[in-house]
Design a protein around this ligand. Structure first.
Ligand SMILES: Cc1cc2nc3c(=O)[nH]c(=O)nc-3n(C[C@H](O)[C@H](O)[C@H](O)COP(=O)(O)OP(=O)(O)OC[C@H]3O[C@@H](n4cnc5c(N)ncnc54)[C@H](O)[C@@H]3O)c2cc1C
Length: 389
């Protein structure tokens, strides 16, 4: 089995394996960084692309364990939802990241990256990220804090390096994870890498070279517009008018057949697989495998061949060929797909095409509560999982 499953069947198997042999010990062992990462689920790329949904992962864990025994794991999965709901309501923070990530101090950042890749404690994680597209959560925190506070480098340049390489690269978890470490996300809170922490949590610690103790936090000035925008009122089930319907899928949700879109009888189906120029070969290859898997599942489910479109801009021409007057899709989340979709959506509307977007009930229910900090959010979400457990 793949270390980071890139198809739904493999992800379901990994989930089952984790439920049986990892979930019960997770709260004790999850912070340890060790070869193979057998103490964590390694499902983040599958979750980020929704080969699996958060709901089914949590349901599988709770079917086998008491809530109190797996609360920490459930909470981590819900962190993902919290970050997504938070960014959906504050798109200015993503725009600020994009602006900063395209104008970092390139020489200083490249020097540090070069040093990290060739020597020192963090080189081990840099190499792993480049080779596999994965880094353990604790290593992400060490790496990001070392970058931001020890070297005083622009957080967005580091976040961009992660985003280009991570197979689970997610606009919300990556941007907000970096902002949290940098000290921007939760004012008064930051994270500093310490030698004793590496020594304790890095099993078989390979090197402490280049890690300084007594590093002071260097918190950058806030430049993002954090004002809150109302969430669009998407339905769970899209109102699909009569006539030929085109179903459009994309990397933010690769299991649409498990959503209310599973009952749509489309005239045509497309899958948009847009890569960024800066995406690493490992990240591209993982996503391509996940898309292959989605296309095969959708072909079987909808009884239609799936057209593979390399970019969102190809959608209007494809739609013209299909003769469909309605497009149905899961609304992309704040991030690269939504950025590319927005102008295309306008083009379709201008042509008189009907556009029906929807969201999973999970997102509809939880996103509005992602307003203040995580713990008020968790307080609201928790009873749905802990009831009767
Ligand atoms: C600087 C930084 C950048 C990050 N960038 C990303 C990213 O681009 N994409 C991404 O999915 N995660 C990101 N994370 C969160 C976290 O590191 C990964 O989700 C986790 O390491 C994935 O491994 P796993 O699937 O084995 O997690 P597990 O420990 O098994 O956790 C289960 C699931 O919970 C979710 N989760 C766990 N920890 C977090 C967290 N801290 N924040 C949000 N969700 C979490 C993930 O979906 C994960 O698959 C980032 C964290 C930091 C500190």
């Amino acid at each position: 089995m793949e270390l980071f499953p890139s198809d739904r069947q493999g992800a379901l198997q990994r989930l089952e394996e984790f439920v049986q042999s990892g979930a019960a010990a997770y709260s004790r062992t999850r912070n340890f960084v060790k070869a193979g990462h057998g103490n964590v689920s390694r499902l983040s790329a599958a979750l980020r692309h929704r080969l699996l949904s958060e709901e089914e992962v949590i349901a599988a864990v709770l079917a086998a364990h008491r809530f109190s025994a797996v609360e920490k794991f459930v909470q981590e999965v819900v962190w993902r939802t919290y970050w997504k709901g938070w960014l959906e309501q504050r798109p200015g923070v993503w725009t600020d990241y994009l602006r900063q990530a395209s104008s970092p101090d390139p020489d200083a950042a490249a020097d540090v990256l070069g040093a990290a890749a060739s020597a020192g404690a963090m080189s081990r994680f840099t190499e792993e990220l480049r080779a596999t597209g994965y880094m353990h959560n604790h290593a992400r925190m060490w790496w990001a804090a070392w970058w931001c506070h020890q070297h005083g480098l622009p957080w967005a340049a580091g976040a961009r390096f992660f985003f280009d390489h991570l197979i689970d690269a997610d606009a919300a978890s990556n941007t907000l994870g970096w902002r949290w470490v940098a000290g921007l996300q939760t004012p008064g809170k930051t994270y500093i890498t310490r030698r004793d922490n590496l020594q304790k949590y890095w099993e078989g610690v390979e090197s402490l070279e280049g890690i300084e103790d007594h590093v002071r936090a260097r918190i950058p000035a806030e430049t993002a517009d954090r004002s809150r925008h109302p969430l669009p009122d998407y339905p769970d089930v899209p109102p699909v008018p009569a006539g030929a319907v085109a179903l459009v899928g994309h990397a933010d949700d690769l299991s649409i057949e498990t959503t209310p879109l599973g009952t749509v009888r489309p005239g045509a189906v497309a899958l948009i697989g847009q890569h960024a120029e800066t995406d690493s070969p490992v990240k591209r290859a993982w996503r391509s495998r996940a898309m292959e898997d989605a296309a095969a599942r959708w072909t079987a489910h909808y009884g239609k061949g799936v057209s593979r479109l390399p970019r969102w801009e190809a959608l209007p021409a494809w739609l013209g060929e299909t003769g469909c007057g309605t497009v149905v899709l899961m609304a992309p989340f704040v991030g690269p797909d939504a950025d590319a979709w927005r102008p295309v959506r306008q083009t379709l509307l201008d042509k008189g095409i009907h556009v029906a977007e929807c969201r999973r009930a999970w997102d509809q229910r939880l996103f509005p509560a992602a307003r203040a900090g995580f713990f008020p959010f968790w307080h609201k979400a928790r009873p749905a999982f802990s009831a009767g457990n």
